[in-house]
Design a protein around this ligand. Sequence first.
Ligand code: PXP
Length: 241
Amino acid sequence: MPVLVVNVDHVATLRQARMGREPDPVTAAHLAELGGAHGIIVHLREDRRHIQDRDLALLKETVQTNLHLEMAATAEMHAIALNTRPHMVCLVPEKREELTTEGGLNLVGREQDLRAYLADIHAAGIISSLFIDADPEQIHAAKAIGAEYIEIHTGHYADALTREERMKELRKIREGIGIAQDIGLQVNLGHGLNYTNVLPFAQTPGIREYSIGHSIMARAIHVGLRQAVQEMADIIRTFVP
Ligand code: PXP
């Protein structure tokens, strides 16, 4: 059964707007779990614009499901991952000037470096995932690196302005899932997914996790976080495995 993993970065973004104590992403994670989240994701950025080190440490102590850490492949984050030992680490590209992650990681030509980067992480029993575009070359590179999972970037699909463009992106993602399955990679999806654009994946087999943040937090403002998570988890639960 595919599952929902909830990204709570936006709760920290709101807190950091006033550099205060509320709202707390740790409380949000607890509510998300009560709403049916199968895991909690945070992205600890180099510039600490939302999630702070304190959040990660407390989440590690309190998350009852699985804690996933999104991070750039830097030496600092490597040490933090080994120290924190989340369930899964997902390597993402990071640019200081971006509003949010803008695209997948480029793995081609970096296979050896990233394999070495992940060696200690794997040895510590942490599962690895690589956030990439649905590009066959990148998918094969992920396999060569030795990651267990890829997370296919759904941002281009979510941002598509025309039906034609959206269908083209959807086809690419579906083909990417097929390639990944054929070579033994597990597949997660994430970025820009919401309560409607997630529906075309209902009949697409082979997706393990949906990583969703913004649309759930946006709905939570109106209906409460627990309900917003429950509604998304209910949708995803009906999808084919
Ligand atoms: N997956 C990755 C790798 C991301 O960087 C993000 C955004 O932080 C998400 C999923 C969730 O995207 P959204 O907030 O648009 O649902």
